[in-house]
Ligand binder design. Structure first.
Ligand code: URA
Length: 275
């Protein structure tokens, strides 16, 4: 049931990205644990408390608007096949998707209150794709994800991993700022899922890092707390997914920085890189 819904979501996002053909593949879609626990001990079942935004909502996988019937050019449903496009094609497809997002009015309140949509930035050929929660006030003003205080901390983490922001692709569960920085509702996350999946399909990363429980729970379709999701890889399409604490949480709880660092070491160790 969950995999057929996920499949439909993928097909929709691929169609949104202009893809008309799929090739049979062998990988499966969300959300399978592919590795056991990390080599080092981790903090127990921590959850991110966010006083300004209230308690965390358990987020269930949200049904996407249905495609009326499969496009005639699509063969029988097949497991998710990530795209492997040349760079100019990725740039072009991301632009098409971005233009669609800029006009999006699926979430009435968000469309009325946003300054602009915040699509995503970075390397269209990135090996690592970051997923955050939603734009805040700074992002809403500047039209780019993670440019506020949390973004500065994220930049520091990227540098500590010997990378530059431009090496990564960065986006969010939502592309509009929720008023007052409240948590995205499951409905809003569902409306935006096609765009998130489209970006993932086009960039086709090897790794996805979910920053915080909103990103992790939405992408993986789970209500598990972030403290339990850390320390292992999940599979989403061809990407290995690592979940860790949100930089905003780290600003309030600096003691958790060591856990994020441990997560980064885990991520890079899998690539054969010792941090
Ligand atoms: N927090 C997020 O999750 N995303 C942003 O873009 C900014 C802050």
């Amino acid at each position: 049931m969950q995999s057929s819904r996920a499949l439909r979501q993928h097909l929709e996002s691929l169609r949104a990205a202009g893809v008309t053909h799929l090739v049979r593949a062998t990988v499966s879609i969300p959300a399978t644990v592919v590795t056991p626990a990390r080599p080092e001990p981790v903090a127990e079942v921590a959850t991110e408390s966010r006083p300004p935004r209230g308690t965390l909502l358990p987020v269930e996988p949200v049904p996407m608007p249905r495609v009326a019937k499969p496009a005639p050019t699509l063969p029988e449903p097949v497991p998710f096949q990530a795209l492997d496009l040349p760079k100019p094609e990725r740039v072009a497809q991301l632009q098409v998707l971005q233009q669609k997002v800029a006009k999006c009015v699926r979430c009435d309140e968000l469309a009325r209150t946003r300054t602009q949509t915040v699509f995503g930035v970075g390397n269209p050929e990135a090996k690592i794709l970051f997923v955050g929660e939603a734009p805040g006030a700074d992002e809403d003003k500047q039209g780019e994800p993670f440019v506020g205080r949390a973004g500065q901390l994220l930049n520091d983490i990227i540098k500590a991993c010997h990378l530059q922001r431009e090496d990564i692709y960065i986006c969010n569960v939502l592309r509009c700022r929720p008023p007052g920085n409240r948590l995205p509702s499951p409905e809003e996350a569902g409306h935006c899922r096609e765009y998130l999946d489209g970006q993932i399909a086009i960039v086709n990363p090897e790794y996805i890092v979910c920053w915080g429980s909103c990103a992790a729970q939405n992408l993986l379709g789970t209500t598990m707390p972030i403290g339990k999701l850390r320390g292992q890889f999940f599979q989403y399409g061809r990407a290995k997914v690592l979940c860790t604490y949100h930089p905003s949480y780290l600003l309030r709880n600096p003691a958790a920085k060591k856990d994020v660092w441990s997560d980064m070491k885990f991520l890079f160790q899998d690539q054969g890189i010792k941090l």
